[in-house]
Design a protein around this ligand. Structure first.
Ligand SMILES: NC(=O)c1ccc[n+]([C@@H]2O[C@H](COP(=O)([O-])OP(=O)(O)OC[C@H]3O[C@@H](n4cnc5c(N)ncnc54)[C@H](O)[C@@H]3O)[C@@H](O)[C@H]2O)c1
Length: 370
């Protein structure tokens, strides 16, 4: 790792400057522990254009990985490239924080985490949405017993398909994509944050014969091969006994199913969208069955994508574990892989990795005041 300019500041090199990179760029100014140093992409012309917009150099991936002024690689490539880019970043002596999923499989991800451990470097992973006030307030309410003892949780995320809005959606229909590996991380990371690790899963999965085509951008009309299941239903058994039922689908045109609820011995918690940072949490109880909003009680204020990386930068500077960790993402990846195996083989699949619930984010924490 190159020597840091300012103590506690990580100099960031972004690899992959597609759709989601813009959200990270928007939030860098609020994150004083991070300093954008360079951007790179397979498409070097795109990297140069984005670099010019952001006031940093845009370059090739090799050049960025060799740079002395980059301490951490922010890996915003497509899932098929996550493990390879992470391995190259770690080999170059840089920490890495990446978009979800951690990798396409646990077989691909395990050597990345091993390399980081051997090298004394950190691996972090999206989603960091779960560090915002929405999921953190829900967690605090559950820990405070607002609905008694949790018994079960239900997730029903669905959409017609990301090809309706993403200009380059092919990766969503290849291994590493599908509703399970693409949207699963938001819900499973929330469920592990609430209840701790999953020990066993079962599930079923299917796909329709619906023809998918790119709907927007220069490639509109191009057919998209579908090589993943697009409708997945799973049952997760947590170590603490809670049962989560999870349906994720790219096959649904309309629904009235609640997105995310937790059922406890004395009430129900309405959990906000874990793909967003700060939506309200509501509760209805045996005593008061009307839905009431809960005041925000935990989570990074005004958070957005990049806060997980800022949390990792602060964790490195203060020698504490970071919350959006590679270990957490690995467990979530193993759970998703187990669901796919359960669906394929019609069996119940044990999950072997274990991870502690990440530390809560104190109410109103702001990276700017760390
Ligand atoms: N688009 C979203 O709304 C969204 C939201 C949350 C998370 N994500 C995640 O972010 C990641 C990127 O998604 P996106 O929508 O920005 O995709 P995208 O296709 O718009 O951008 C990906 C970029 O990575 C580059 N790239 C691909 N392979 C590379 C490699 N080996 N080396 C260097 N660059 C490479 C591509 O050229 C492209 O510019 C995915 O893991 C996705 O799941 C996307």
């Amino acid at each position: 790792m190159g020597s840091t300019v300012n103590e506690g500041v990580l100099r960031v090199g972004v690899v992959g400057v597609g759709v989601i990179s813009q959200q990270y760029f928007e939030h860098f100014p609020a994150l004083p522990g991070l300093e954008l140093a360079a951007v790179a992409d397979l498409d070097v012309a795109r990297a140069q254009a984005v670099g010019a917009e952001q006031g940093v150099r845009g370059t090739s991936v090799d050049d960025l990985l060799a740079a002395d002024d980059v301490d951490v690689v922010l890996n915003l490539t497509i899932p098929a490239a996550h493990a390879d880019v992470a391995t190259r970043a770690l080999t170059a002596g840089k920490h890495v924080y990446g978009e979800k999923p951690l990798a396409m499989s646990t077989a691909e991800a395990a050597p990345v985490l091993d390399l980081a451990r051997r090298s004394g470097l950190r691996v972090g992973s999206a989603p960091d949405t779960v560090l915002g006030t929405g999921i953190q307030t829900a967690r605090a309410a559950l820990d405070d017993g607002v609905i008694g003892t949790p018994v079960g949780a239900a997730v029903a995320w669905s959409a017609p398909g990301h090809e309706r809005w993403h200009p380059a959606p092919a990766f969503y229909y290849q291994p590493g994509g599908g509703p399970l590996l693409d949207m699963g991380p938001y819900y499973l990371t929330s469920l592990v944050t609430f209840f701790g690790p999953v020990v066993r899963v079962s599930g079923s999965a299917t796909r329709s014969t619906r023809e998918r085509t790119v709907a927007t951008g220069p490639n509109a009309g191009t057919p998209i091969p579908v090589d993943v299941d697009t409708h997945v239903a799973a049952v997760l058994e947590h170590e603490n006994g809670v049962i989560s039922t999870v349906t994720v689908s790219f096959e649904v045109w309309a629904t009235r199913a609640p997105l995310f609820e937790v059922y406890g011995t004395s009430g129900t918690l309405d959990v906000p969208d874990p793909n967003r940072f700060s939506e309200p949490v509501s509760v209805a109880t045996a005593q008061d069955p009307t839905w009431n909003g809960l005041p925000t009680s935990a989570g990074y204020a005004d958070a957005g994508r990049g806060y997980g990386l800022a949390d990792m930068a602060h964790a490195i500077a203060t020698d504490r574990p970071h919350r959006a960790s590679g270990d957490l993402a690995f467990h979530v990846l193993e759970v998703m892989e187990a669901v796919a195996t359960a669906a394929r083989d019609h069996v119940v699949v044990p999950v072997t990795s274990r991870v502690d619930r990440p530390a809560t984010v104190p109410h109103g924490a702001r990276p700017a005041t760390w």
